[in-house]
Design a protein around this ligand. Structure first.
Ligand code: 13P
Length: 288
């Protein structure tokens, strides 16, 4: 199946009260594992690419070529979108030009007027090409690939203003943060989420910082209109743990254990298992 934009799958998710996972990719193994996992359980998927990961993989054109190639060679039939995660104004334009099918413009660090103005411009550019747009208000806490947010709770009025710019889905801070949650984290602010949902109506909402939120809390958020959940750190932990196991067990020193295909076999399987676990929580299996 060719790449798709993301708003169609998220509208379906909102109606069906499940969420589609945005799993961030970091390299070829990551991408292949996510696609295989989603194909196995017949789930639609959004492949998230941060600006840093995009650069690391060679650039946006490389990412688009790699994903298209994998979809064809692995006979992937489920809907797949390539989505820029926390894009800057310039980065979003570059990703659109390179063939991404969805972009996030993260203007949450600008004042609201500038965020709205730049979001409108990105929406115009993207929609001309049939590309979906996510925008953010009330920054997500923690650090994501060099993008640092203070972790504010969004103002429902500003959410509505952003929606009126024509965006396809909305990321609003509701106490979520990227990376590990601190011991004393108070949980998602589901009251604010309910209020935002009432204000923005039928626009799907996005939960960033999907790592480490208890499954039940994620499911409660899905009931309140969250249709996309972003996960990155948790899969990085799973991958790193398997690399550590392999090296600490001295397997790279046994026979041809130094072959990267051997070193990365279990870490890649850990990504498959991790993605399937999340899909189970999000309820997106068999929704492709
Ligand atoms: P985590 O790294 O906390 O899973 O968050 C991912 C994310 O929100 C990407 O935008």
């Amino acid at each position: 199946m060719p790449l798709v934009e993301a708003s169609g799958m998220l509208k379906k998710a909102l109606e069906g009260k499940y969420a589609v996972g945005q799993f961030n990719i970091n390299n070829l193994e990551w991408t292949k594992s996510i696609l295989l996992a989603c194909e196995e359980v017949k789930s639609p998927v959004i492949l998230g690419v941060s600006e840093g990961a995009g650069k690391y993989m060679g650039g946006y054109n490389t990412v688009v070529g790699m994903v298209k190639g994998l979809i064809k060679d692995l006979n992937i039939t489920v809907p797949v979108a390539i989505h820029l995660d926390h894009g800057s104004y310039e980065g979003a334009q570059k990703a659109i030009a390179a063939g991404f099918t969805s972009v996030m413009f993260d203007g949450s660090h600008y004042d609201i007027e500038e965020n709205l103005q730049k979001t409108r411009e990105i929406v115009k550019l993207a929609h001309e090409k049939g590309i979906s747009v996510e925008a953010e208000v009330g920054s997500i806490g923690g650090e994501e690939d060099g993008v640092v947010g203070k972790g504010e709770v969004a103002d429902p009025k500003e959410c509505l203003q952003l929606v009126e710019c024509g965006i396809d889905f909305l990321a609003a801070g509701i106490g979520n943060i990227h990376g590990a949650y601190p011991e004393n984290w108070e949980g998602l602010d589901l009251e604010v989420l309910a209020e935002i949902q009432k204000t923005v109506g039928s626009v799907p909402m996005v939960l960033h910082g999907g790592t480490g939120i208890p499954a039940k809390m994620v499911q409660d958020a899905i009931k309140l209109g969250i249709s996309k959940v972003n996960v990155n750190t948790e899969l990085q932990w799973a991958f790193a743990a398997e690399v550590r196991n392999y090296i600490e067990a001295g397997k790279d020193k046994e026979g041809k254990g130094f072959d990267p295909r051997k070193i990365l076999a279990k870490p890649a399987q850990a990504i498959i298992d991790g993605v399937k676990e999340k899909i189970e929580i999000f309820g997106s299996a068999h929704k492709a």
